[in-house]
Design a protein around this ligand. Structure first.
Ligand code: HPA
Length: 244
């Protein structure tokens, strides 16, 4: 059981059908079990992990992020390409657009956020000046340009606890703080990948304007529909990025 790359599929990205000779595995880690499908993609060994489970049954605050990232580390993954459905705080990031996020604001409340809780692993303070791996982001950007896939480069992902959507006041605050998009899952995933010394990048798909910016109440159905209509762009981008 081995893979070099992993794709972590967020909301609307559950289908490992793009992998050839795919096999499902359950991986034991010190933090619990994780589920991956491992196969060949663009000639390389790739692990696919649906973040919310294959049937979207795990809520954002209940995801076992440590088991997921440790499992990928155990099977040899060096680069993780993650997708994320996000709401937009900015007029210019429209539903259906792609954004390569390069920083985050952590508004989560109840999640284990580190592999290092003290003895016996010790206490570790990692540097996050390049939270989402710059080298992997550049590679994705160059791939998108070569394939004619439109993507914005750079933005701040505000990670909320969920599973509820935000209030208008929260959204006003996140805008003032310099956020670009809002989602519920990038933290602690990106942090744990960094602690594991893996290259990790997120391609965010804008699925809606955030609460108070949008003219209508937000629903999960809106998020899923926008994702479904545009997910092919992410598949293509990841395929070519792994192939190059
Ligand atoms: N807020 C939080 N998470 C989200 C949103 C949103 O507006 N859209 C998709 N995921």
């Amino acid at each position: 059981m081995q893979a070099d790359y992993a794709i972590i599929g967020g909301t609307g990205v559950y289908d490992p059908a793009m992998l050839e000779n795919a096999e499902r595995h359950e991986i034991d880690t010190p933090f619990g079990k994780a589920h991956v499908t491992i196969g060949t993609y663009a000639g390389r060994r790739v692990a696919f992990m649906p973040r919310h489970g294959y049937t979207h049954s795990v809520a954002p605050h209940k995801i076992n992020y440590r088991a997921n990232i440790r499992a990928l580390k155990q099977i040899g993954v060096h680069t993780v390409l993650a997708t994320a459905a996000v709401g937009s705080l900015k007029e210019e990031h429209r539903p259906g657009d792609l954004l390569l996020v390069d920083d985050f604001l952590d508004m989560t409340k109840s999640r284990p956020t580190t592999f290092y809780e003290g003895a016996p692993e010790g206490v570790v303070h990692i540097d996050l000046s390049d939270a989402y791996c710059g080298r992997t982001r550049n590679h994705l950007l160059e791939t998108a340009q070569a394939q004619g896939i439109a993507i914005s480069n750079g933005g701040v992902y505000v990670c909320t606890e969920g599973p509820r959507f935000e209030t208008p006041a929260e959204i006003r605050l996140y805008s003032q703080w310099g956020g670009s998009v809002v989602g519920m899952t990038s933290v602690p995933e990106v942090v744990l990948a960094k602690e594991s010394e893996m290259c990790y990048a997120t391609v965010a798909m804008i699925t809606n304007y955030c609460t108070g910016i949008s003219k209508h109440p937000l629903t999960h159905a809106e998020v899923v529909e926008t994702m479904r209509d545009n997910v092919q762009k992410i598949r293509e981008l990841f395929f070519h990025a792994i192939e190059r």
